[in-house]
Ligand binder design. Structure first.
Ligand code: URP
Ligand code: ZN
Ligand code: ZN
Length: 454
């Protein structure tokens, strides 16, 4: 059997469990999974004592998007280098629809930012923010082209869609076999509470959280869930952040809605206490950080397989960008970095602390996003015939997170100083080594567009 590379003796995480196996790679694909394989290969890597995992799929990133007066700090080049160094081999980002632009035009513009810049494989969700009903007719064409997921906001002035448009989008997308993704926060609540706080001069970071309470998330999920059920459409809730939101999702599921739930590391590991820090404005992100009880509820829902995906909502802003709002939550660009720390944090706080199993984690960050966003069988698991998107993780080599060692454009990390129970040693994208001994070596390697493969 022709083999380009064998990764030997690693503890390989396959859908059938964790086994000590050799992984054979040829032409960018996995060609065998065998114990003590007899096949010679020009190159072999000894992974004894290490875990061999499917590359993570970060289903929610925002590279270089406009927010307030600025753009998120990573573009597709820097963000994908950071991703690879953290064990992410596929990212799914979003189109950015400018006012007056059609959905197809927004797709073409966004592809120009990703093509020949992104060092790992990528796909795009279509974000509908302008004249939603006008562009409904482009949805079937986009789905035919391979862009099957459509994201909408239930809040954010100038980008949100109203309930009528939401229903029409749900109908059209599901009729053609696609999936609607929803940023679920009730705009009415947010508007009223923000106005009340601002009127009394309460603009410090904690009032960002007070203006967007869990009940705003719960109400938006309940309402959208009802419409999805009536229409018979599946619905994907992005960045679920609260126990109340989770409870609303449970009720919607019990009533028969087909709901996919995504949460993010920040809602599992950080709390609103951060808003009281001197640099509390750095942590402004939407939805806001919550309370410890919310983190606990989300961990429990991960353990019971009620949450489908963990993604990062990677949307970094540098210290200077965060400072530019003068500490006022209304003027501070919202978003946190996360793509490079996704797997290290979840392995450390999820698997090593026995909150979830390694198999569950791999499902949450690889198999499930691959399944939901139609990337299987090439992506999401270590199986024969799949792309050789692989990560070698060394659990015997503790490390810690510091922005000095991270690879994105951000100059701070919400997780500064956090120890990790291991580190990413090597990352392969379709059999090509992009990270070697923790260093990015993939300058000449560029990702494929998975929505529209050549
Ligand atoms: O604050 C955040 N999360 N910024 C990115 C946009 C979004 O709402 O996901
Ligand atoms: Zn959002
Ligand atoms: Zn987002």
């Amino acid at each position: 059997m022709r083999t380009d590379l064998v990764i030997q003796n690693g503890r390989v995480v396959t859908p059938a469990g964790v086994k000590e196996l050799d992984v054979g790679i040829a032409g960018g694909k996995i060609v065998f999974l065998e114990k003590e394989s007899p096949h010679p290969a020009p190159t072999s890597i000894d992974a004894k004592g290490r875990l061999v995992l499917p590359g993570c799929i970060d289903a929610h990133t925002h590279m270089g998007i406009p927010i307030l007066h600025t753009h998120s700090a990573d573009d597709f080049a820097s963000g994908s280098i950071a991703a690879a160094c953290g064990g992410v081999t596929t990212l799914l980002d979003f189109t950015v629809q400018q006012p007056g632009q059609s959905l197809l035009e927004s797709l073409e513009a966004r592809l120009r930012q990703a093509e020949r810049w992104c060092h790992i494989d990528y796909g795009l969700h279509i974000n509908i923010t302008d004249q939603p009903e006008k562009w409904l007719s482009q949805i079937p064409q986009l789905i035919k082209l391979g862009y099957t997921s459509f994201k909408i906001f239930s809040t954010y002035e100038n980008m949100m869609v109203n309930e009528d448009a939401f229903k029409k989008i749900l109908e059209k997308v599901s009729e053609h076999g696609g999936l609607v993704m929803l940023h679920a926060e009730d705009h009415g609540w947010i508007e009223r509470l923000t106005r009340r706080h601002v009127a009394t001069g309460k603009v410090t970071p904690i009032f960002h959280a007070r203006s967007r309470p869990p009940r705003a998330e719960a109400e938006a999920i309940a309402r959208a869930g009802r419409w999805a059920r009536v229409i018979g459409a599946p619905l994907y809730i992005v960045h679920l952040s609260s126990a109340a939101g989770l409870e609303a999702a449970r009720k919607a599921r019990d009533a028969g809605t087909r709901l996919f739930l995504e949460t993010c590391p920040q809602y599992l590991l950080l709390t609103e206490q951060r808003y009281l820090d001197p640099n509390g404005h750095y942590y402004i992100t939407t939805p806001p950080l919550r309370k410890q009880k919310d983190c606990r509820a989300l961990w429990e829902a991960l353990a019971t397989d009620e949450i489908d995906v963990i993604a990062t909502d990677h949307c970094p802003f540098t210290r200077a960008q965060k400072e530019s709002g003068g500490g006022n939550f209304l003027h501070t660009p919202n978003g946190l970095p996360g793509v490079e720390t996704l797997f290290p944090l979840l392995y450390t706080h999820g698997v090593a602390e026995s909150k979830i199993t390694l198999t569950q984690l791999v499902r949450l960050v690889a198999a499930h996003p691959a399944e939901i966003f139609h990337l299987q069988p090439a992506k999401g698991s270590i199986t024969i015939g799949a792309d050789a998107d692989l990560v070698i993780w060394d659990p015997s080599s503790p490390a810690w997170i510091t922005s000095d060692n991270l690879h994105g454009n951000d100059d701070w990390s919400p997780y500064e100083g956090t120890p990790t129970a291991g580190r990413v040693v090597t990352t392969f994208v379709r059999g090509q080594m992009v990270v070697h001994q923790g260093r990015f070596v993939g300058d000449d390697i560029f990702g494929q567009n998975l929505c529209s493969p050549n």
